[in-house]
Write a protein that binds this ligand. Structure first.
Ligand SMILES: Cc1cc2nc3c(=O)[nH]c(=O)nc-3n(C[C@H](O)[C@H](O)[C@H](O)COP(=O)(O)OP(=O)(O)OC[C@H]3O[C@@H](n4cnc5c(N)ncnc54)[C@H](O)[C@@H]3O)c2cc1C
Length: 387
């Protein structure tokens, strides 16, 4: 049976970032994904915030044009436009970016197994695991000292490791178009309307090359595909879709309960959506993917190099949850707002001082995920227990 130091399950942004950093540290790492090609079924809009682009070298040719402007619309479509002197957002060309990160990981020595489904874990003794993989209908078990679960919002690895699992979600669905004419500057348009997007928002982000039109909300309160269709019809007067080509439909669950508490133990740890590392307020998960996976790679490399379990204490969801308290409360508040009239009144307040500053803070603030290295350490015993 093949032996690896680490098996990473899931080649989304979180798994790819962890894999390439582990490989660069000389760790023998295998990355697996059930997808045949990483460009298949991308589920994210891919909006990167300024802080990520400043702190991580995301290749410029994998990003759309910079966006400095946000327009927030009330249910009655009253607009509040926020301008920033900075390039606040760029939409990732995610298929291309995933392929680039994979190339880097393989260049650094990582092994890659596409079209490979993770099917479970068995204890292999001496602290290792037998990782049950299936490819082309055939079992292909491998041995690993450690397992990293980057397998998304409904992580099977989390369950198999006995770690915490996501329980609260919104769902998002969007259409991507190419060739929608752009008038003026690229802009992120956000629509607050509980009839279209209950508990979250609808969006159009147009960077001059791609236009993403999407809706998100609590699954129990709407039919996302029908809501997307009526939303697109409702913005047809603002954007000219006639010359455009429909490129793809994307969608999926977004965990919004905040970073889970128990995200690591002596057999494995979780990254990205599997760890609940998504802002409960904005539902942004790409910045958390980059930050948490960078920490995960450093912790895992230290652990497999030294065998010292105290290295894992640095990787505790408790460290980050405290930084999400206000956002979790705001999320709870939003989840109860069902009346368009209330949202209209809230939007009217946001257009005036001092609450206009809050809108600027939500969109242009730099707080999407705590700086993981700076977060306070937690004193926890780790032998056999979650940290
Ligand atoms: C519609 C939508 C729009 C979004 N837009 C934004 C945005 O603009 N900006 C932002 O910051 N965040 C956004 N998010 C959130 C963000 O996309 C996610 O937080 C982020 O992509 C999570 O990355 P990940 O690597 O953790 O998981 P994923 O990207 O879900 O990757 C998980 C991978 O694991 C693989 N996998 C799962 N199970 C198995 C298995 N059993 N065996 C093998 N492989 C498996 C999957 O195939 C997948 O490739 C959006 C989310 C949605 C749904």
């Amino acid at each position: 049976m093949e032996q690896f130091d680490v098996v990473v399950v899931g080649a989304g942004l979180a798994g790819l970032q962890a894999t390439r950093l582990l490989a660069r540290r000389g760790v023998r790492v295998l990355l697996v994904d059930r997808k045949r090609s990483l460009e298949d079924s991308v589920h994210t809009t891919g909006i990167f915030v300024r802080r990520t682009l400043e702190d991580f070298p995301v290749p410029g040719d994998c990003l759309g044009r910079p966006v400095r402007r946000v327009t927030l619309y009330s249910p009655a479509r009253r607009a509040l436009t926020l301008e920033s002197p900075h390039e606040e957002f760029r939409v990732g060309r995610m298929g291309k970016l995933y392929a680039r990160l994979l190339e880097e990981a393989r260049g650094a020595g990582a092994s890659w197994s596409p079209a490979t489904r993770y099917a479970g874990l068995e204890d292999a003794g001496r602290g290792g695991s037998r990782v049950l993989l299936e490819r082309g209908g055939r079992a292909r078990p491998v041995c690993a000292r450690y397992v990293v679960g980057g397998d998304g919002a409904r992580s099977r690895v989390a369950r198999d490791l006995g770690l915490d699992e996501n329980r609260e979600w919104v769902v998002g669905v969007e259409d991507v178009f190419r060739g929608v004419p752009l008038e003026g500057e690229p802009c992120l348009h956000c629509f607050l309307d509980p009839r279209l997007a209950p508990g979250y928002l609808a969006w159009v982000v147009h960077d001059g090359e791609e236009t993403h039109v999407g809706v998100g909300g609590y699954a129990s309160r709407f039919d996302p595909v029908r809501a997307l269709e009526s939303f697109r019809e409702s913005v047809a007067g603002m954007f000219d879709f006639r010359p455009a080509r429909h490129a793809e439909r994307r969608g999926g669950r977004i965990p919004i309960g905040g970073v889970l508490k128990r995200i690591a133990n002596a057999r494995g740890l979780l990254v990205g959506d599997a760890a609940g590392a998504v802002s409960p307020l904005t539902a942004g998960g790409l910045d958390p993917c980059m930050r948490l996976s960078s920490l995960a790679a450093s912790v895992v490399a230290e652990y497999v190099e030294t065998g010292d379990e105290s290295a894992l204490a640095r990787y505790s969801g408790e460290r980050f949850r405290a930084r999400f308290v206000s956002r979790l409360w705001m999320r709870r508040l939003l989840s109860h707002v069902r009346s368009p009239f209330l949202v209209e009144a809230g939007c009217a307040l946001l257009r005036r001082p001092p609450l206009d500053a809050l809108a600027r803070h939500v969109f242009f603030g730099r707080g999407s995920f705590p700086d993981v290295e700076a977060a306070p350490a937690v004193q926890t015993k780790v032998r056999g227990a979650a940290v």
